[in-house]
Design a protein around this ligand. Structure first.
Ligand SMILES: [Zn+2]
Length: 120
């Protein structure tokens, strides 16, 4: 009786763990998709920079419809957040001390730049 209950509890816990993993993967995929979308919006943003006289860097003299979309609060906010994320990632990579990573150190010591092993 107790053994059956323990087995059922274990099964329920395993099922919950699997479900959590599935949702976690879906969430990461969704974040990745959104990030890709915002990267494209940032590219479009850089092609449609409005000048003080109302002209757009794309060549439109007035009323660039793309700039109207790109300059909405949500799009600008997402681009700003992406810029901050990229800056943070770059800072983390700059701060990382790769010399402390023995695998990279060993790789450099024993491998040539073309990926072949050093002989001497
Ligand atoms: Zn434009």
């Amino acid at each position: 009786m107790l053994r059956e209950r323990l087995a059922a509890a274990r099964e329920a816990a395993d099922e919950a763990y699997k479900e959590r993993t599935v949702y976690k993967e879906k969430m990461h995929a969704a974040y990745g998709s959104r990030e890709n979308g915002v990267r494209y919006l940032r590219k479009v943003n850089n092609l449609h920079i409005l000048k003080p006289d109302g002209r757009c860097s794309c060549g439109m003299r007035r009323g660039c419809r793309t700039a109207e979309v790109i300059y909405t609060h949500w799009v600008q906010s997402m681009i700003q957040k992406l810029d901050e994320i990229d800056k943070q990632r770059e800072a983390e990579l700059t701060a990382a001390d790769f010399e402390e990573d023995w695998t990279l150190t060993l790789w450099d010591r024993y491998m040539n730049d073309d990926g072949t092993a050093r002989t001497a």
